[in-house]
Design a protein around this ligand. Structure first.
Ligand code: NAD
Ligand code: WQD
Length: 344
């Protein structure tokens, strides 16, 4: 089966490409490299031993998209491509609405033209409103708190409307919680542009001495140690979830699943686990809360287990070990000459 992966050179997309190739899928990868490196393609080949078919191009360019569909017998699409930085979306909302919504509309139009009706879409736990009971079930109240989150919510609604009008299509919406870690080979991982906004890349850069200390945002939350609690999920577990989601698109339907572990860990749990498994100190200092953060957010992952037969198996230790291994092997991200061979 041939699957088109949009945004396949990105953090989650690259790990998903590896798992799909390992599972025997033929993939066609497209990416503009707006937030990723072309070197990712070679790294995917190094891990899988397979040549990757890829096109550099933008989903905003519908003629480009049409050309890719005309060249391959694509049967399903996994749609990762989009802008994802919450803070940037507050500064440049129209850019986020334009890129994320128009890209998805172009994709739907071209899929319709080539009679491709199977789509797996990357949504986010950020679509859940504040004040929901934990753990979050898929039917919890939805309300995004920033433009990025609203693009995800709008796309979910757009796809739902499309399905209602075309009930022969097949949609699986995946709401990711907090993906962290990297492929255990150390060949692919997360490469944030500039100073990281998210916890784990910040922690690895502090451990590597590139940043002096971690700022822990909030020590007065009503949690076991006062710091914020999240549902961290190993990116390889998350990637495997897409195989099960693709299988679900074998029959018609519109389905939404949380992809999380169902377990919450605090910021200090992450720091201490990282220090323990890697033997690297992570100096930190307590700061006031970060605007827009919630105290606790974790998934009820039962629906994905029951209906997709998928559950996360990797531990927080695995996530911390693999995140550090990636950092050590690639001190400067994907810049090729900097790759350090390591058996660690
Ligand atoms: P990423 O930025 O690493 O990957 C996205 C990829 O899409 C990048 O390689 C980028 O170059 C490409 N891209 C962006 N706009 C494009 C366009 N118009 N045309 C072609 N390519 C384009 O992000 P990620 O962390 O891998 O996230 C993948 C998806 O999962 C995104 O849709 C994101 O919103 C969603 N998501 C991510 C997280 C997370 O914490 N990483 C959590 C929930 C949901
Ligand atoms: C995790 C915890 C912070 C950085 C974000 C997006 C969300 C989704 C996943 C895309 C929180 C604390 C963080 C730091 C800290 N992405 N923290 N110091 O905010 O849960 O979710 O990524 O869909 O939309 O909002 O993840 O990694 O930023 O924060 O103390 O330097 O770590 O306060 O408690 P978040 P995060």
């Amino acid at each position: 089966m041939t699957v088109l992966i949009t945004g396949g050179a990105g953090y989650i997309g690259s790990h998903t490409c590896v798992e799909l190739i390992k599972a025997g899928y033929d993939i066609v990868l497209i990416d503009s490299f707006a937030n990723s490196s072309p070197d990712v393609i070679e790294r995917i080949s190094m891990i899988t031993g397979k040549t990757v078919t890829f096109y550099k191009g933008d989903l905003l360019d519908s003629a480009f998209l049409d050309k890719v569909f005309s060249r391959h017998s694509i049967e399903a699409v996994v749609h990762f491509a989009g802008l994802k930085a919450v803070g940037e979306s507050v500064e440049k909302p129209t850019s986020y609405y334009y890129t994320n919504l128009v890209s998805t509309l172009h994709l739907l139009q071209v899929m319709g033209k080539y009679d491709v009706q199977r789509l797996v879409f990357s949504s986010s736990a950020t679509v859940y409103g504040d004040g929901n009971k934990m753990p979050l079930k898929e039917n919890a109240r939805l309300q995004a708190a920033n433009p990025y989150g609203r693009t995800k919510l709008m796309i979910e609604e757009m796809l739902d409307d499309h399905y209602r009008a075309h009930p022969n299509w097949r949609f699986v919406i995946l709401r990711y919680f907090n993906p962290i870690g990297a492929h255990p080979s150390g060949l692919i991982g997360e490469e944030p542009a500039g100073r990281p906004n998210n916890l784990m890349p910040y922690v690895t850069q502090v451990a590597a001495g590139r940043l002096p200390e971690l700022n822990v945002f909030g020590a007065d939350y009503p949690t076991h140690d006062g710091t914020g609690v999240r549902d961290y999920i190993h990116v390889v577990d998350l990637a495997r979830g897409h195989i099960q989601a693709l299988k679900k698109t074998a029959s018609t339907g519109f389905h939404t699943y949380n992809l999380g572990t169902g377990r919450g860990y605090s910021v200090l749990d992450v720091v201490r686990t990282f220090e323990k498994v890697n033997g690297q100190p992570v100096p930190y200092q307590m700061q006031s809360r970060r605007a827009g953060d919630t105290a606790v957010c974790y998934a009820d992952a039962a629906k994905a287990k029951a209906e997709l037969g998928w559950e996360a198996v990797k531990t927080l230790e695995d996530m911390c070990r693999d995140a550090w291994h990636w950092q050590v092997c690639n001190p400067n991200g994907y810049r090729k000459k900097q790759y350090v061979q390591s058996n660690g």
